[in-house]
Each structure stands twice: as C-alpha cells, then as structure tokens.
Design a protein around this ligand. Sequence first.
Ligand code: TXA
Ligand code: MG
Length: 315
Amino acid sequence: MQGTIESAVAALDRGEVIGLPTETVYGLAGDATNPAAVRRIFALKGRPADHPVIVHLGDAAWLDHWARDIPPAARQLAECFWPGPLTMILRRAATVSDLITGGQDTVGLRVPAHPVALAVLRGFGRGLAAPSANRFGHLSPTTAEHVRAEFGADLPLVLDGGPCDIGIESTIVDLSGDRPRVLRPGNIAAELLAAVLDAPVTGGAAAASPRVAGSLRSHYAPRARAELLAREELDTRLAKARREHETVAVLAIGDLPAAAHGLALPASPENYARGLYAALRTLDADGVNCILIEAPPSSLAWLAIRDRLRRATAR
Ligand code: TXA
Ligand code: MG
C-alpha cells in the first residue's frame, strides 16, 4: 500500500509498525511509548532483545521528555545538526522503557531531516522507535522498494519518500559519559562535532562496543561473499576468478575496469554513500559468488564508508 501521512499516523496510533523514509536510510517505525509496537519491530527485524533502538523525535524540544541530565553539549549539537543525521546517546528519562534501551540507562535520540519523517512525527506527536528497516544483519534499505522486498506482506504500509539522500546510517555520538565519543561514524564526522563543541570527541569506530548492533563485524553484509581490494589488485583478482570459473561482480569507484561485470559508484564520498547499499543489493541480486569492492581512499571524508565496507566484507 502506498500510504499517506494521515494513514501512517492512524496506523501508528493503532500500534502498528510502518516503513518510514529518513534522510539516512529507511526505518521500521512504531510508537516508542507502546511496548506492543516496539516488540513488533523486534519481531519483524529478528533482532535480539538486548539491542537498543533509536527514538526519533519531531523536534529538539521533545528531548526533555526522553532524556535527563542533558549536558550543554547535547543542546549545542541539537541546535547545530538537528534535524539531521546525528543520533545522540543520553541518559534516559525514567519513563523510557527497557524495550527501547535494551535495559541500559541510556537512550539514543535523533530528529531526522526527511520531510516525510518530520511530517509523520509531528502529526503523531510522540517519539517513534525506528531501527533501519532490514532484517537483522542485512543491508540497510535506501528506497521504499528495498523495504517492500525485505518485508513483503509483513509490513503493509511503507511510505515512499524516494531514495535516501545520505544513504548510510546516522553518526552516533555518546554524550552520557565524561567526554563525547562517536560509536558509529557517519556523514557528520567526529572532527566536525569536536569543532562545534570546541572539545575533543573520540571516534571509537574500531573500539567496537557490543551495545551497538552496527558494530558487530558481520553487520551490513550482502549475501554474496565480499572482498575489499585496491584498484591495482582488481585485474589480477579478476583473472584468477576467470581461471577458476568463479562468478564475480566489481563495485568500482569512478569507472569499471575494462571487461569487468559490475557497477561503478561516483568518486565523491557523498555520492558514493548515497548509492552504496542499492549497488550492493543490485550486485547481490545478480547471484554472483563474490563481490569485489574497490577500496576507497584512506582520507577522513571516506571514514564512514570504509567502516560500512569493512563490515560488509567481514566474515
Ligand atoms: O540513520 C539511522 O540511525 C537509522 C535511521 C532509521 O534513523 N537508524 C538506524 O537504527 O540505523 P539501527 O537500530 O539499525 O541502529 C541504531 C544503532 C544500533 O546499533 C543500536 O545498538 C544503537 O544505535 N543504539 C541505540 N540506542 C543505543 C544506546 N542507548 N546505547 C548505545 N547504542 C545505542
Ligand atoms: Mg541497522
């Protein structure tokens, strides 16, 4: 069903779960104050119950309902980056359910920038729990079609907000401790947060916290085996695949090597991120044994992309 904002708000009011576009990836959204709705999200995703979900808010003014002891840094970051692709981990307000937080004393909060998400949130008037709309361990969806393909009749209402502008999940910054710490890199770099706060922000992407589902190494994986390799290694690897009758596809940057089957994503990190998950899905659907992914540059601008590719290629 191609829902409207009104039908989505009505479904959420009935405790149902919907597919919701955001600027990062599509979410599987339900009333964060309704335990049955949150349980339904977990059941649909097949996600372990101790993994916390992000609560999406319609405005930074809703922060005080969901968090307590909110540090000035959080207000500053909200002012600067919300609505936008930044999730803040804060100490939870007493009313926030253990289902949302995975039993922790903290809660993840974000005001998304997508106009459809904001219209639904503001029409609904309460927080929406919304993890990425994929089954546990699968690639995040960046179109309504991806969500429909993933859940089919299990998820009757998916709002179509077009392809996601950012294409990879939000930056997660933990503000519940002594100093800000990035738990998951994203479009907003730790360095940018540090510049706004005029304080150090540690970027613990590699220092994986087991609390963050996205930090499991095998997360965000396509079905096919995926290998990360340098541009200059591609030709040798392709020749080996031909010799061994292995079916491979290449995900290249800028242009495809001659005679290679696959796709090329743009050489700018923003445009690459926007197309990444859709490209991996397309190559995966080809039924190849292996996806050979050209490694992006090692510069800071590609950090979040390298993080997702590392996970996609981890086994
Ligand atoms: O861009 C995004 O953040 C998307 C869109 C839909 O907003 N959402 C998303 O949600 O990626 P999800 O559930 O797939 O990933 C959220 C991550 C998880 O790894 C979860 O463990 C972590 O946020 N998280 C949520 N609450 C947390 C908390 N209190 N402490 C630590 N990690 C938390
Ligand atoms: Mg996810």
